[in-house]
Design a protein around this ligand. Structure first.
Ligand SMILES: *Cc1c(COP(=O)(O)O)cnc(C)c1O
Length: 372
């Protein structure tokens, strides 16, 4: 990798789609967007070549990629991604929530998978370019947003497995999004996975690496077979310490009323450092709810729920924001958190976070990045 390459000032070549959806077609899609199934008229592509750096930045019509069947990403899974949302604020402007943190995390992931860094101004510039041309796709209905999916793939052609690719393709695609889990804030039932692990020490768990997801689908299917909505991952060494839920971070609420405090599993290197997780660690204390990072075993989870000391549990991530966990199942049995319904701390944090993202609450921490 040539790190001396300077990329600032890279201009986007704009090629507009000749087949844009009509306002009427778009309105129909935005009425019931679902999640991640329909895409906007354009996409961003930027190429990387070792020695040259990032080049050929483009806005193009959204279209299938043409890839040689021997493209490295298809064989050795050199692929990372990000996920963030663009919101329509009440004043009509378009904003993202902490996109700089996504830019930084993309590069943390890139280093773990031996990919090149993408300069933050190119990451932000890609989003700005796409939002400029697909602005009409940002929903105006509160609760809906435009989900942005930046990702990077290795594009060298050949089956040699000894070296990372020397060429890469970075893309941003966008998809209007409604509520991620059907039913909005309906509590989920989780399965504690003891057969499978998501991430081991020294592995790729802290990277937003596509392979982590490939490795999770069997466990997710097992959770569904057990009558659960989502899988909860335990640590790979002792199979005791709670790490994450599916593709979301977890928070535990202890106590209630003015005594309530929240705790989330600490970043041991096997957890994905979520932007939502980080934001809640800062936001909760501003609402008078102390927040900490720590660890919790499956025994402590069950005993806490039984004694009533553990009052609420919720998962958090960009796509679903905050989802209450109502019920827990494992080979050892099952138990309910509180009365199984969304708790007051969960709902208060959700309301404040969503309000800040959608621009109906003050941006006290400077987390909003306005694009247009
Ligand atoms: C993306 C992701 C999260 C949540 O991260 P956010 O930045 O809050 O969206 C949590 N866990 C995993 C495994 C993820 O991939």
């Amino acid at each position: 990798m040539n790190s001396s390459t300077t990329t600032s000032g890279l201009a986007f070549d704009i090629q507009l789609s000749q087949a844009r959806k009509t306002p009427q077609q778009r309105a129909e899609i935005l009425e019931n967007p679902g999640f991640g199934t329909v895409f906007t008229d354009h996409m961003v592509t930027i190429r990387y070549t070792e020695g040259t750096g990032w080049h050929d930045a483009r806005l193009e019509p959204y279209a299938p990629l043409q890839l040689d069947p021997a493209t490295a990403a298809l064989h050795y899974a050199q692929e990372i991604f990000e996920g963030l949302k663009a919101y329509r604020h009440p004043d009509g402007s378009i904003a993202c929530f902490r996109p700089d943190v996504n830019a930084t995390r993309l590069n943390t992931s890139a280093r773990r998978i031996a990919m090149p860094d993408l300069p933050e101004e190119l990451f932000i510039g890609s989003i700005a370019t796409l939002l400029e041309h697909d602005a009409d796709w940002v929903p105006t209905t509160p609760g809906n947003s435009l989900y942005l999916r930046p990702f990077m793939i290795a594009t060298d052609v050949g089956l040699g497995v000894n070296n990372p690719s020397r060429t890469y393709l970075f893309l941003v695609i966008a998809s209007p999004a409604g509520s991620y889990f059907k039913g909005g804030v309906a509590p989920v039932t989780v399965w504690l996975s003891e057969d499978y692990t998501r991430a081991a020490p020294g592995g790729t768990g802290a990277a937003k690496f596509a392979g982590n997801y490939a490795a999770s689908f069997a466990a997710q299917s097992q959770a569904v077979e057990k009558g659960c909505d989502q899988v909860v991952w335990l640590d790979a060494v002792e199979h005791r310490w709670v790490e994450e839920m599916g593709g979301m971070n977890l928070f535990f609420v202890f106590g209630s009323g003015p005594e309530a405090r929240i705790m989330t599993p600490e970043l041991t290197g096997t957890l994905l450092p979520g932007v939502t997780r980080d934001s809640l660690l800062k936001l909760a204390p501003e609402l008078g709810v102390p927040a900490s990072e720590g660890r919790l075993s499956t025994d402590q989870w069950r005993e806490g729920a039984a004694s009533g000391e553990l009052t609420e549990v919720f998962a958090c991530g960009t796509a679903a924001v905050i989802t209450p966990v109502g019920h827990v199942k494992s080979e050892q049995g099952e138990f309910t958190i509180g009365d199984g319904t969304p708790g007051p701390v969960t709902m208060r944090l959700r309301e404040e976070l969503v309000g800040r993202q959608e621009g109906t609450r003050a941006d006290s921490d400077g987390w909003i990045h306005r694009f247009a």
